[in-house]
Design a protein around this ligand. Structure first.
Ligand SMILES: [Zn+2]
Length: 85
């Protein structure tokens, strides 16, 4: 009867140790995978109409708002149109 008790205790200790090791192995992987998803917001170019990543856009302060263009060429083209109107 003592031997059976010893086996049960050993089994429980083995399970506790195993789950502790699994926790320690998993935690560094979960902390290391942080994806910068905010940088990949797609915005529309008001000049040529194509969509591009916001971080690659060319800014233009127009009135109270900030416009974003896919390139400096589109930004200049937009400014030219504004002047003519
Ligand atoms: Zn454009």
């Amino acid at each position: 009867m003592k031997l059976l008790l010893l086996i049960i205790i050993a089994y429980l200790a083995y399970r506790a140790a195993k789950s502790w090791v699994m926790r320690n192995l998993q935690s560094p992987g979960q902390n290391g995978s942080s994806q910068p998803s905010i940088d990949d917001v797609m915005v529309k170019d008001p000049e040529c109409g194509i969509y591009f990543p916001q971080r690659e856009g060319v800014e233009l302060k127009c009135g109270g708002e900030t416009l974003l263009f896919c390139s400096a060429v589109c930004r200049d083209g937009f400014l030219e149109k504004q002047k003519r109107e």
